[in-house]
Structure formats: structure tokens, C-alpha cells
Design a protein around this ligand. Sequence first.
Ligand code: ADE
Length: 262
Amino acid sequence: MDTRVKPAYDAGKLSLAINTMWRATILTLFPGMFPGPLGASLAGRALATGLWEMEVRDIRDSATDKHRSVDDTPAGGGPGMVLRADVLAAAIDNAAIAPERPRLVMSPRGRPLTQSRVAEFAAGLGPLIVCGRFEGIDQRVINARGLEEVSIGDYVLSGGEIAAMVLLDACVRLLPGVMGKLESGSDESFSAGLLEYPQYTRPQSFEGHPIPDILLSGDHAKVAAWRRAEAENLTRNRRPDLWAAHGGQLGNQKGPKSTTDG
Ligand code: ADE
């Protein structure tokens, strides 16, 4: 008989669990901005229940001079201040993240964030995200640390923190266990390359506008065809770029007239 005392846990499994927890490492000059909205609602509940973790690091802690300075005037002149390469490189190195984790920097000149890139980030171990401030970041640290520049849209925010929260919110809702069946994202905008069809609920009549009859018909095939046609019409009218990428083909040419655009 084997008389050895077995540990109450399997060390292999435990270390796997520790190493595979999805983690966001955020480098910022404003650590007080986090978790911000990520501490509430779906992402906040998931954070509190340990479905993901957030590590917030103050870039200023990696400054070395007595004034703890992190920025300086741009070489070549011009307005504003630039985040120093040496300070930010030290902040990234001090974070000591696993090499396979993506290293991102939020920037309006980055590649626009897409749902498919979000899904890739969600499927990995979680990113390190540098939140830029000032006029920019010394290009040498972007190159030397292989930072991927990511934009959340063609407008300029005062810093990368809110952009990082947008990216994280989009990722976290896709993590296993975060969305319940009811919140499931399989039908939503972008997952099939189309914008989402319009939704209705009670009351049956709102300010004289009834719910479209077809949705109350109980005919699932007809409901699905109507939703498809609505999604296609919306996408074609609002987002010609997505519509072209989708192939620009109406699946349901004879679909009922749209209740939204077009
Ligand atoms: N920082 C400032 N503006 C931004 C944007 N549009 N996307 C990502 N980061 C930013």
C-alpha cells in the first residue's frame, strides 16, 4: 500500500493555473486612473472573482534622477514633451513579463483595433500596455522593445489610459467564464463581419410604434431571415468599408424593408 501523504493539490496543475491567468500589465503615469470603469460591471465582477488580473505600474518609479523626471523637450524642437526612452525602457524591463505576451503602446497613429485583434489578445496570456502621454514617446524605445502601436480610432485622446481601458474591456468580456450564456457575444456586431440587427422588447407598442410583427410570429426561420436582412442593410448604409470587406453581397435580397437605415 502506498503510505505517502498526497498533497491536497497537484503542484503541476496549480503552477499551470498561476501561469495561465490572463493578466493585463499597465504602464502609466496616472496609476490612479485604474481600474476606473474596469472595476465595475462585467469586467469588474470578473476582476473581483479572479477571472483576470490587472497589474498597474507607475512609469515614474523607473525614473533615476532626483526630480524623477520622465519626459523632456523634443529633439529638433516643437511643442510639448516626449517620454524618455531610458525611463520607459526601464519601466518595461522592470515589469519582467513573459516574452510571449504582447507589448502594446496606445497611440492614435497605431493600427486601428479590430474585433479580430481583440479576440487574439483575449486568447493569449494578456498584454503589457504602455499608456502614452505628452507629445509622444521616444521612437527608440518603441523599436528597441518591439512595442506594437494600437489606436482605438481616428481622434486624439489626452493620453493612452482610456484607450487601454477600451482595449481591455473588449478583451475581458471574451475571456472564458466572463460572459454568461445570456450575454454571449456570438450574434453581436462584428463577430460575423456585420453590424448587429435592431432589438426590441416590451412594451408591445411604444409611443405608437409597434414591435415588427415578424418578431412576434414565432417563426424562427423568418425571424432569422429578417435579422440577417436588417444587419446587412445597416452595414451597407452605415459602414460601406465593412460591407465591402464582407463581400458586398445581400444574403436575402427579398428581405423585408429595413426598420432602421436605407
Ligand atoms: N492616445 C491618444 N489618442 C489615442 C487613440 N485614438 N487611440 C489610442 N491611443 C490614443
